[in-house]
Design a protein around this ligand. Sequence first.
Ligand code: TXE
Length: 487
Amino acid sequence: MTVTVSSLIEGQRVATGGGHLLPIADPATGEVTCELREADAGEVDRAVLSARAAFGNWSTMSTDRRNDILYAIDQRLRAHGDELAALEARTTGLPIAGVRPLIDRAGENFRRFAEVASTVAGETYLQNAQFLTYTTREPKGVAALIAPWNAPLALGSMRIATCIAFGNTCVLKPSEYTPESTLRMVEIMHEAGLPEGVVNVVNGRGSVTGEALTSHPDIDMIGFTGGTETGKRIMAAAGARLKPAIMELGGKSAAIVAPDADIERALDGTLLAIYASNGQQCLGGSRIIVHRSIADRFIAAFVERARKIRIGNPLDTATEMGPLAFAAHRDHVRGYLDVARSDGAEILCGGGIPAGFEQGWYMEPIVAMAPGNDARICQEEIFGPFATFLVYSELDEAIAIANQSDFGLVSYVWTRDLATAMTCSRKIRAGTIWINTPMMRELRAPFGGYRASGVGRDGAQHSADFFTEAKTTSIPLEDTAIRALGR
Ligand code: TXE
């Protein structure tokens, strides 16, 4: 059965419209199960007008009242957790065991940023004895938000929560490969009491719907999570209209495994960091840099574990790796097997189509040994289950390898030595350093990338700074003299 999806404007799914029809296949079977009716520029314009119309009430609603709604959204998303997790897993190919906690995380995004909004305060300045100066923060306006296909609900809810918690309204465009789950999430948000027009969803290709949205004259800022090349195009559109943009882009993150590391924990952590979410994550630890003294043992154990990863249907709770999101992306990732060989790298395992999974976009997790960090497989974001090993002797060499990258999103360090940990924390040029842990998010802390990994930071005060305007007001405390001209 094929469903047709399109936009959601003023709290309602848009049923009619002449937009281009895009077939969307189920990643596990390759069969078309959904048709996306693409929002054209006219539909995008309606969505922006809806967000603008809703901005007046939403931006002037008391923070406490807004927070009541955000807390209700958190509760209702959690209450629909199983439904949303099944929809997200089926339409993205992500194993449901990994997706289910991400739905609670989506709810938490609204709770956390409501908490931040309830603590936003201004400053007062009395250093100039003649004046009282104080600052306030105001909602910025209507945001164009663009989300990717690798974690539609976790990343889409982060974009929405950081925007509306501070009194803004928005139009969100999910990826054209995974439109369904975001529509359902936003419907549930309205059932929780979200006023119509605060969050609108338009679906379609980036080159059509995405460009119509980011270049719309009546948007005030842009929030984007996606690839670096697309990020450049969106920042160019923002620059043309002088709109602020926050960008969470690609990565090619290093995981350093020191000789004193807890080997079992480092194995678990490095496997998870590259193969979780079917390897499709910007913060994937794709370059594993192991100390020479433990390299043979560690890599052999890693390959043995990679070969045993349970490949299966994303809706099966035992599945550890499902199909990649769409056919072209699976081909893109497998294409790097030839790149690796031309790099002079050695493929240690994986890359084939698992027996019994010829339907859909399945592939075996890949492990490669690179000849050096200048290899393409070490420099280019593959964005799939493709782990690349490098070997080092001295810590400064490992840090130099980690930093020799266009990207700088996150880095992982496995060590029991405090000096090693602090040296890596200080010297690795990446937005987040995880020591002895796989990825974890502290939403109160800033998150974002150096260099090609992004512009700006999400998280607590950093999101408040981006999504509000700071205003300064000064009032004389006494009759101050004013120079009289022209008397
Ligand atoms: O995502 P795109 P793609 C990386 C990863 C991947 C590469 C390309 O390396 O291989 O990006 O992936 C919308 N104006 N990541 O092409 O193009 C698009 O419709 C406005 C990392 O699948 O970045 C979608 O909604 N919007 C990333 C969103 O941008 C445009 C997650 C992301 O699409 C647009 C995904 C335009 N001109 C991919 N062009 C992460 N950081 O997690 C596209 N879009």
